[in-house]
Design a protein around this ligand. Sequence first.
Ligand SMILES: [Zn+2]
Ligand SMILES: [Zn+2]
Ligand SMILES: [Zn+2]
Length: 456
Amino acid sequence: MRQLPETDRDAIRIAKDPQFARWLEQITATGGCAHPIHLTGSTTTLDSATGEILHHYDTRNEPGERLLVRCRNRRATVCPACSHLHAGDTFHLVRAGLLGGKNVPAAVRYRPRLFVTLTAPSFGPVHRATDVCRPRRDGGTCEHGRPLGCGAAHTSDAPIVGQPLCPDCYDYTGHVLWHAHASKLWDRFVIDVRRCLASSAGLVQSRFAQHARLSFARVAEYQKRAAVHVHAIVRLDGPTGPDEDPPAWGTTELLARAVHASAGRVLVHTRYSPAIGERALGWGAQVDARPLRADGDGPADDAVAAYVAKYVTKGASDTGAGLDHKVTSCAGIETAPVNAHVRSLMRACWRLGGLPEYGQLNLRTWTHTLGYRGHILTKSRAYSTTYAALRTERATHMGHTDLPDTATERNWRYAGSGHTPGAALIAAGVADDLAAAREAAHSAVSSIRGDALGAG
Ligand SMILES: [Zn+2]
Ligand SMILES: [Zn+2]
Ligand SMILES: [Zn+2]
């Protein structure tokens, strides 16, 4: 026994506990969450009229007198079990805005809808994954004596891809400031698309809301150069939102024209800084606005929803563009497990964060995400449902809701979080088993569908 590693000894201790079966039930109920929240307390349901106790739950009889609940982290590197659940919710949320469902009418699929990709502008040339990277016939060097071209072949997984040709020429300040203003730039973009649509329809901009409504859901993705780009679903409805068709002038083509025009012209000006000056920040030249057609000509709605859902499980650290946790000092930047380019971006973020004129940007707080602080998924109110509504629906499905004509008293306290090493091992096993079961169910369904197709 003494020779076993600590984790195994701990796992054996847990398994020998008389309450192990109930503990395992709790772990399974959290889906094998890697960092569960521990709660102590009770819930009592009373009949409102008579005061009779209908139901009483207390953690006093639970293992360790605790109830474990999910951490609900969206990132796969933090908690595989909860990130899977979150990705599922995101898929349903995005899909409902495309195809209806979850209280969204199915008619939304016939509305003008676009899958839009907006990029960051260039902050200096970087190596690309291609057969001939940055070819330059005339050669030449920058003021730092580095070649202006590359000419080499890089595979997409080569570490050099995304790194600047000259780090001294690269505009790290611009890159970080752009990240810090990207959400504001998006807001300006949406306002401008409305303005464009209004003027195309011959409306005064202030009247737009009486005729149509623009809804969106967007996600951010870090590219190889560690700059964020944005994928968004943009939909045009009537003035009340999903329940109403847009006016006749509200076509997909008009929407696409407005998106291109606005992406090309909106700017956010940074606050004046004696050290930096004032910058005008806009979108990159690469703009994509692909129509999503109800007749299936174009990317399939389910594929788009799955694509978006995939991004919410990733953090800056997954693409190598930053860290999962905040940094609190310059030393934290120097020891971070990131490449030289990302480290330079983190340094720039920290340095700019020290300028009083940029105080409102809280750049030091967002050094780990290179100044970008937008939520991973952002949506307008009328796009579709909400995460909260999806969680409530799940709870209702599992019978965890208040009954009518009853009063519920809740008394809960936070008692800690996480697992001991042995518990973490067991929870990971539970999460793996659940994932394998899902996989098996999925392939069984696919093969039944395959058979049906083959028979038809
Ligand atoms: Zn979790
Ligand atoms: Zn290159
Ligand atoms: Zn240079």
